[in-house]
Design a protein. Sequence first.
Length: 186
Amino acid sequence: MAAFPPRHAVLTGAPGAGKTTLLDAAAAAGIQTSPEVARQLLQSPGGMELRETDPLGFAEAMLEAHRREYERWADFPGSVLFDRGFPDVVGFLEVSGLPVSPAIDRTCRTLRYHGPILRAPAWAEIYVQDAERTQDWQGAVASDEAVTAAWKRYGYEVAELPFASVDKRLDFLQYLLAVPGDTKWG
């Protein structure tokens, strides 16, 4: 029997589009998960201030946190679901009007995810701002467009999550993770 590469899936897309809710449901269903590093940074002391006063420094902190999570799960033989990934940092920089450094670009080109990239599109009916999600609706849509374009630019195929209940989204996710040997995603 052939060995298949690990399935390292990523949730990306708009802020407030149900990614964390799906990640929590996936964890409850027994799927290994990696949290959204940006939210962890924002919740840490000085995180909000860093994003506001030094967005490039915030992007570099996100990149480093993504790298740690990527390395933590690199040899895990099963499926892992990441809440965002390296190209999301590029989208953040671009929507902020900042250049993408050669180091960030190199990371996106060399450290690759091998599983489906799932986009949670902007969903007005469920979008809510909170302490860390400070974008207005138009900002959320712009963020979605920027991160989705970044993933595609780095050669990933991006699958759309349906506008559906978390249970239906979880079924969709579990189906994609169960397709053995499918290499078109990474």
